[in-house]
Write a protein that binds this ligand. Structure first.
Ligand code: OSB
Ligand code: MG
Length: 368
């Protein structure tokens, strides 16, 4: 496929409920969308970077300039044998996986349209139904958190993830476990601790957590291996895993028993497939993480979750938990047993609501 123009858009869209992690609270999202054209077909991608460089080094404005100034110029006018070649074009760019991944995912979407298959089948997915969990942010009170868990388990979600940070951890998990003795429960610290907190974190071993996600620094694999040697709760890595190479290192070192795969964090579908393969070969289960995506990123996550290795419920949940109105039709919906059906239609499987996107757009640039 010969790549024609690329359109960048920034949309602003408010969350229905703020989302708080150990690194801060998000109320409104600023999302870069990438539209790429070839042979009359178009593909869409969503950049999953946050508004501030607090989850990892990336953020909305950096993604915009990396895409406009470095990634798009390498891709426009080029003829690609397949979408899987896209990563070679941005191989000289260090980091910025979420920015590059926004365009990479758009090319996979585009290719699935040109071939005439659903995106999830195009990437090799086999699951027609994916298992869903929810990620519940830090709340203003434990009572509020317990109410939300009640609501989400009643809605059918198969596992609950709560966010923890120093001062909102062992005691909160204890109260959640007392109230919900049988729920599949896990905790995500988003890098809020250091190895000096080992004794404190070990107290979590008492609560039958499925896993603790990314307790230590965003770029620290060795200390996670040291922590895992001290605690029985399985460690799952999120922030640390930016490539298949990191996944292999982390698994070999005993730093992770489970891996959260995020499409943007690893730079798109090609690398996500490689991480998936490494984990499969090592017998490590994976699940699909989320970054408060709007519809396009959410639809891509649904596709990714259909790969065989995604055996644990992920953070991909209904559009309505995030948005009053999503940018795709129908929105992503979850059944009463906590599953999402992989769509049968060609491409994304959800219609992109371009009129609505237009009303949310605060900047737009057509690159040729
Ligand atoms: O660590 O998984 C994370 C949201 C923003 C940044 C990081 C994370 C998250 C979530 C929410 O946990 C996942 C979602 O519901 O999209
Ligand atoms: Mg996480």
């Amino acid at each position: 496929m010969k790549i024609g123009r690329i359109i960048l858009r920034e949309i602003r869209i408010p969350l229905v409920h703020f989302f708080e992690t150990s690194f801060g609270r998000t109320t409104n999202r600023r999302i870069v969308l990438v539209e790429v054209e070839s042979g009359g077909a178009v593909g869409w991608g969503e950049v999953t970077a946050g508004e501030r460089p607090f989850y990892n080094e990336e953020w909305t404005d950096a993604a915009w300039s990396v895409l406009r100034d470095f990634v798009a110029p390498r891709v426009i006018g080029k003829t690609l044998k397949s979408a899987s070649q896209a990563t070679q074009l941005s191989s000289g760019i260090r980091g910025h996986q979420m920015a590059c991944g926004g365009l990479e995912a758009a090319l996979w979407h585009l290719e699935s349209c040109l071939i005439g298959v659903p995106l999830w089948k195009h990437i090799g997915g086999i699951r027609k139904e994916i298992a869903c969990g929810v990620s519940i942010g830090i709340q203003d009170s434990v009572e509020k958190l317990l109410d939300l868990i009640e609501q989400e388990t009643a809605a059918g979600y198969q596992r609950i993830k709560i966010k923890i940070k120093p001062g909102w951890d062992v005691d909160v998990v204890h109260q959640v476990r007392d109230r919900f003795p049988d729920v599949q429960l896990m905790a995500d610290a988003n890098s809020a601790y250091t190895l000096d907190d080992s004794e404190h974190l070990k107290q979590l071993d008492a609560f039958q957590l499925m896993m603790i996600e990314q307790p230590l620094a965003h770029d620290e694999i060795i200390d996670h291996a040291k922590l895992q040697a001290k605690m029985s709760t399985p460690i799952c890595l999120d922030e640390c895993i930016r490539s298949a190479h990191h996944a292999r290192q982390a698994i070999e070192m005993g730093a992770a028993q489970i891996i959260n795969i995020k499409l943007g964090r690893v730079g798109g579908f090609s690398e996500a497939l490689k991480v998936h393969a490494v984990c499969r070969d090592q017998g490590v289960p994976v699940w699909c993480g989320g970054m408060l995506e709007a519809g396009i990123g959410r639809a891509h996550n649904v596709a990714l979750s259909t790969l065989e290795g995604f055996s644990l419920p992920g953070d991909v949940s209904a559009s309505s938990r995030y948005w009053k109105r999503d940018v795709i039709n129908p929105p992503v919906e979850v059944s009463e047993i906590g599953t999402i059906q992989a769509p049968e239609a060609i491409g994304l499987g959800y219609e992109i609501d371009q009129d609505y996107i237009e009303t949310l757009t605060v900047r737009k640039e057509v690159l040729r």
